[in-house]
Write a protein that binds this ligand. Structure first.
Ligand SMILES: [Zn+2]
Ligand SMILES: [Zn+2]
Ligand SMILES: [Zn+2]
Length: 256
């Protein structure tokens, strides 16, 4: 199974518009972060988690040619506003592409993208998608998926666990609090990716310190921090982390 980080930044992206801080002007490309998204893939299956406003360019940079399903963690703008570009995959694959989400997120997606259709219509160029409610574990191709609830703002929000041929990846890019039951479910994954917005406390996101602590409890073989803002300098944070804990960056690909 392969995990590809398409975007690792918080909602405004980095560089931040109109900011001259050392991270926003950094020559290190790992400090440039588009909005959070990943691709999980096996030989035969390609899953996208969230479609940020940067989705089109992320897909072009990564050379992605196939999407079997889109999964949504929640309906904040930084996770959904690239959804319209899924129609290009409808054309390439000549197929409907299902989108999986919790109920509140489906309601928001149907309201915002009210022209989306599950069946070929009048020839208008629009996403061909069936919204599928996440209720328990499900499967996309040869990848098993489990949705794990996390606490993030007022919106319903999920992280996911992906399993394929005995290996597993946990992904929770937006998480203010990890419920105990969800922590238990993430325990034992081979790779865990978790929200680590910044060093100062935030109402809806984990700080780096909180994230490192929860990642320690989950105890994955490899742990990655994501959804970071411009207060987090890649190299500095990486130096402060222990073994087996890493700062994710756009374009990073992991073989799991
Ligand atoms: Zn977000
Ligand atoms: Zn900045
Ligand atoms: Zn969010």
């Amino acid at each position: 199974m392969k995990l590809r980080f398409l975007g690792t930044g918080t909602s405004v992206g980095i560089p931040v518009i109109g900011c001259d801080c050392k991270v926003c002007t950094s020559p290190d490309p790992r400090n440039a972060r588009t909005r959070a998204s990943v691709q999980i893939s096996s030989q035969d299956t390609s899953i996208i988690v969230d479609t940020p406003p940067d989705f089109r360019l992320q897909v072009l940079h990564a050379g992605i040619r196939r999407v079997d399903a889109v999964l949504f963690t929640h309906s904040h703008a930084d996770h959904i506003f690239g959804f319209d570009d899924i129609r290009r995959f409808n054309t390439i694959q000549d197929a409907m592409i299902p989108a999986y989400a919790p109920q509140g997120t489906i309601d928001d997606l149907k309201r915002i993208f009210d022209y989306v259709s599950a069946e070929k219509g009048d020839g208008g160029y629009r996403p061909l998608t069936e919204f599928r409610l996440i209720a328990g574990d499900f499967r996309v191709g040869d990848i098993e998926v489990a949705a794990v609830p996390v606490v993030h703002d007022q919106k319903p929000c999920h992280g996911f666990i992906f399993r394929h041929r005995g290996v597993s990846v946990g992904y929770a890019p937006d998480c203010g609090t990890m419920p105990e039951a969800s922590l238990q479910r993430f325990k034992g994954v081979d790779v865990m990716v978790l929200d680590a917005l910044r060093y100062r406390p935030h109402r809806t996101h984990m700080t780096v310190e909180q994230s490192v602590q929860v990642l320690g409890l989950i105890g994955a073989t490899r742990s990655y921090l994501t959804h970071m803002c411009h207060e987090v300098e890649h190299g500095e944070l990486q130096l402060s982390l222990g073994r087996d804990m890493f700062v994710a960056y756009d374009g990073l690909v992991l073989e799991v």
